[in-house]
Write a protein that binds this ligand. Structure first.
Ligand code: SF4
Length: 318
């Protein structure tokens, strides 16, 4: 058979690639839902739709899964119109009507609040996101939603993990499922296993009517940008590294770390029930303990600054 006959035509090849991508997204989202018990029978899921590629993709894949899911659940897309200048109000309603997706547009002028409170030239994203979250959570509570779905993906989870590590000295990230502090809301992140590049390719192939999150003119947090650049460079230098780290977040071994609240190191090798000496008694004759040799669990602020500087060594961030 001639080579030309064995090769699919470009359009067919594209369709084949798209079909593979779509199946992969469905599989990864379905896996995350199953792994974390994100959706159960009778759930009313509020799908937060910003108009960005991530939330469009999340809604699209959840709708596909809903059609074949082993349980019945409701999906309602909710967008918060934050009254940013130039926000194209018609785009989301037109799209959602075209796919017959139930939705609600919530209107709240958080833009003016952020502009008033945040000094000129400072990034507004942190306060903007907090106000957005507050408005959406309140709406979810008032309307009986049992789950709130957010469009954060695998790379967002990784970036948050490294931000917490480098800037807050914590091994902590952005979990796929979360209960709000007051216990009223369960937040789910169905894209937790999906890499951003796949979402970007999917959104482009589906021609979602993207609304940029830069209408307000703000920049995302500089530290987050630096971490994202670092992750991209790692992936470029060692393809697959981000997937490895992502898997590691789901395979934590408390006995191989140093958090005494997660693992009872005290019990290891103990030979009796006699009370252990007070920690102060061990350090009483150690002058170094009072200086910059403090326990690594509680580095002094200047030591922390040095650690951060090291983490952002130009070798890591060319
Ligand atoms: S870019 Fe603008 S709209 Fe988007 S989170 Fe930041 S401040 Fe809010």
């Amino acid at each position: 058979m001639a080579l030309a006959e064995t090769r699919p035509a470009p359009a067919a090849a594209d369709a084949h690639e798209f079909s593979k991508l779509q199946k992969r997204l469905r599989h990864q989202v379905g896996q995350a839902i199953a792994d974390f018990g994100m959706i159960e029978d009778g759930d009313r899921v509020m799908v937060c739709l910003s108009g960005g590629k991530d939330s469009y993709t999340m809604l699209d894949v959840l709708r596909q899964l809903q059609a074949k899911a082993p349980v019945r659940f409701e999906l309602v897309a909710v967008n918060l119109d934050q009254k940013q200048p130039g926000f194209p109000e018609h785009v989301l309603p037109e799209y959602l009507d075209s796919i017959e997706q139930p939705f609600h547009i919530l209107e709240q002028d958080t833009y003016s609040v952020v502009k008033r409170v945040v000094p000129e030239g400072k990034t507004m994203c942190s306060l903007c996101s907090r106000l957005r979250r507050g408005a959406l959570y309140t709406y979810a509570e008032q309307n009986g939603f049992t789950k709130i779905a957010l469009g954060h993906h695998r790379d967002d989870l990784l970036a948050t993990f490294f931000l917490n590590l480098f800037f807050h000295a914590k091994l902590s990230g952005m979990p796929p499922k979360l209960q709000s502090d007051d216990g009223k809301h369960t937040v789910i992140r169905p894209l937790a296993y999906v890499k951003e590049a796949d979402i970007a390719a999917y959104a482009e192939a589906k021609s979602f009517p993207i609304i940029p999150c830069t209408l307000c003119g703000s920049q995302e947090n500089l530290q987050r940008k630096v971490v994202k650049r670092m992750l991209e460079q790692w992936e470029k230098d060692s393809p697959g590294r981000l997937e490895t780290i992502s898997r590691a977040l789901g395979d934590v071994r408390p006995s191989q770390l140093s958090d005494r609240t997660l693992f009872d190191f005290m019990a290891l090798g103990r030979r009796g029930d006699a009370p252990l000496p007070d920690p102060e008694a061990w350090m009483a004759h150690s002058p170094a303990a009072a200086d910059d040799e403090l326990t690594p669990a509680a580095p002094k602020p200047d030591a922390l600054a040095a650690l951060r500087a090291k983490a952002f060594d130009p070798i890591w961030n060319p």
